[in-house]
Design a protein around this ligand. Structure first.
Ligand code: ZN
Length: 321
């Protein structure tokens, strides 16, 4: 645990994925403490929470609120467990609560819909079944579910003795939120802005049809804020926020032109994905790689730079002439 800004502590929790950690934040205020993001509900991670409480001399009742930046398992996973322990309210954007219902609570019902998307985009059936089983295996880490209080973005909240604006930053997920404290130039960015890696922007069956467009415009929005220190959900702090925003915008432009080139005279999203991301991916990574490819193709199609057609049940993308 590290104090990354006065009264803000970073807690790095392990993840059983290739991206092997998530940063959660604990904010100390006069009347109580606030948690931002929770990790997965599995023993290596919940033991760390217990140790943090013990070492900081924190009682469960000292936790005033738990904020979750978005519904993905590594952020939302232990929120129900923490709520049972502390009795604190759990806040999340209202759009994310719909994803929790669809992806996590009715997840097994939803799985064939995800499979359909992968299949029509050219993923080999054997691999698809393994990828779907891998998604189901994550469900164990995201129980119990908390009762949620819903946010819309635009609220001002008092956390750890500072006032933060809640900013809706769709893209990585439709209801992703960041927390911005203007007086201190502090941005708690979740997965919206990351230092060493680019956030996964994926097209899923229930997501917005053009998540990359949403992401690029909400990233530009963050780039215009007077931010001095970014506290991200993975990796180390960022001091040059506008510089990092510019790098990420350029990265997506490069990826867009590469993907448009690869679409060429006609191919599947899966084939493009294998060329962009390689074939040496874990089951956990393959789904993000394919949905990321689909998000870029959807963006290109919205700009009439590629077009798609179903041919014998498979979607073929072609570069516009
Ligand atoms: Zn995420």
């Amino acid at each position: 645990m590290m104090e990354v800004a006065p009264n803000i502590f970073k807690i790095e929790l392990p993840l059983p994925f290739k991206l092997d950690h998530v940063n959660c934040y604990l904010l100390r205020g006069k009347s109580g403490w606030v948690i931002i993001d929770t990790g997965l509900n599995f023993p290596c991670s919940t033991e760390i929470w217990q140790n943090v409480f013990k070492n900081m001399g924190l009682k469960y009742v000292d936790i005033e609120g738990i904020y979750v930046t978005h519904y993905h398992s590594d952020h939302y996973g232990a929120s129900g467990w923490l709520q049972e322990l502390t009795g604190a309210p759990v806040f999340m954007h209202r759009t994310e609560s719909a994803f929790v219902d669809q992806m996590w609570k009715k997840g097994r019902v939803n799985i064939p819909v995800v499979g359909e998307l992968f299949k029509e985009n050219g993923m080999p059936p054997n691999l698809m079944n393994e990828v779907l089983d891998n998604i189901v295996s994550v469900f164990n880490y995201i129980q119990p579910h908390p009762s949620l209080l819903l946010l819309s973005g635009g609220e001002k909240v008092d956390m750890g003795g500072r006032t933060f604006d809640i900013i809706h930053t769709p893209g990585h997920s439709d209801g992703h939120i960041c927390f911005f404290c203007e007086s201190d130039g502090l941005l708690i960015s979740g997965d919206h802005l990351l230092p060493q890696i680019s956030s996964n922007i994926g097209l899923w069956p229930a997501s917005h049809p053009n998540p990359l467009e949403l992401f690029l415009s909400s990233l530009e929005g963050i780039g215009r804020l007077p931010v001095e220190l970014v506290l991200p959900a993975h990796g180390s702090v960022v001091t040059d926020c506008p510089g990092r925003v510019a790098e990420l915008l350029a990265h997506h432009q490069q990826r867009l032109s590469r993907i448009a080139d690869l679409a060429g005279a006609g191919t599947t999203a899966y084939q493009i994905c294998s060329k962009v991301f390689g074939t040496d991916l874990t089951l956990h990574e393959i789904r993000f790689a394919l949905t990321e490819t689909l998000a870029h193709l959807a963006y290109l199609e919205s700009k009439s730079e590629v077009y798609s057609r179903q041919e014998s049940g498979i979607v073929i993308f072609r570069r516009a002439q």
